[in-house]
Design a protein around this ligand. Structure first.
Ligand SMILES: [Zn+2]
Length: 240
């Protein structure tokens, strides 16, 4: 006859097998005193989950071996080929949406702000509203929201016509009124030396380019792919 065991919590008699009770190594019977259902019930409770999380945080903060084990496990789980592929697909799909792009711009700017110790007060919705305008606030050129840009040498990088957050006064940080959304290429060009240097260099370069274009009048010029008024159009391929 099947031996039965009474659960210490619910008091119900159940067959003394591992189907109904968990195995417990350091008990003479080798079997737990509470039935599986009662233990599952307890593990589902919010109080138990909160207590477990608290214990994990405590061990993480105080026990170096535990911390290293946790980090190693996280790293291992995140770097399986399957997980990497899943994240790549997810990231690309998310970044391809306007909301995803706004989120990405926000989180990377927040990271830079923390690193530089400047204020960050932008919201994702504010950035999204700027992106929905659709064009650069400095040049008026339309944004290209394409992802996975590669330059003519096949190198990955930021899309030159993609959006970026530009601080007007770098020290004031990322706060509304001090940030405009401009082309990456414009931001990079202005970032190091400021607009007056870019204006001087670009003007001189354009004048020289148009002079040499006069000499190469038989050359067919390919315009930029993006639609823009001719006044703000920069020649893409000029060989002085
Ligand atoms: Zn029970």
């Amino acid at each position: 006859m099947q031996k039965e065991k009474k659960c210490r919590l619910c008091g119900i008699l159940k067959p003394e097998t591992l189907d109904h009770f968990y195995a417990v190594k350091d008990r003479p019977s080798g079997i737990g005193s509470q039935c599986r259902e009662c233990i599952r019930e307890r593990h589902r409770s919010l109080k138990y989950k909160e207590r477990s999380a608290e214990l994990r945080r405590f061990h993480y903060a105080t026990d170096e071996a535990y911390r290293e084990r946790t980090k190693a496990g996280d790293k291992r789980r995140k770097s399986t080929p399957r997980e990497l592929a899943r994240r790549r697909v997810y990231t690309n799909e998310w970044r391809a949406t306007l909301v995803g792009r706004a989120h990405q711009l926000m989180s990377s700017a927040r990271f830079r702000a923390a690193a530089k110790g400047v204020p960050f007060e932008l919201t994702r919705d504010w950035i999204l509203a700027q992106l929905e305008v659709g064009h650069c606030q400095a040049t008026g050129l339309p944004f290209d929201f394409g992802i996975n840009y590669r330059n003519e040498h096949g190198m990955r990088g930021s899309h030159p016509f993609g959006p970026s957050l530009d601080r007007i006064d770098a020290a004031k940080g990322y706060v509304v009124g001090n940030v405009r959304v401009v082309l990456w290429s414009f931001n990079l060009a202005v970032g190091n030396w400021g607009e007056s240097v870019l204006r001087t260099v670009a003007t001189a370069w354009l004048e020289r380019a148009s002079a040499s274009e006069g000499r190469l009048s038989n050359r067919t010029a390919d315009g930029p792919k993006t639609e823009s008024p001719p006044a703000s159009r920069l020649p893409e391929q000029v060989h002085p």
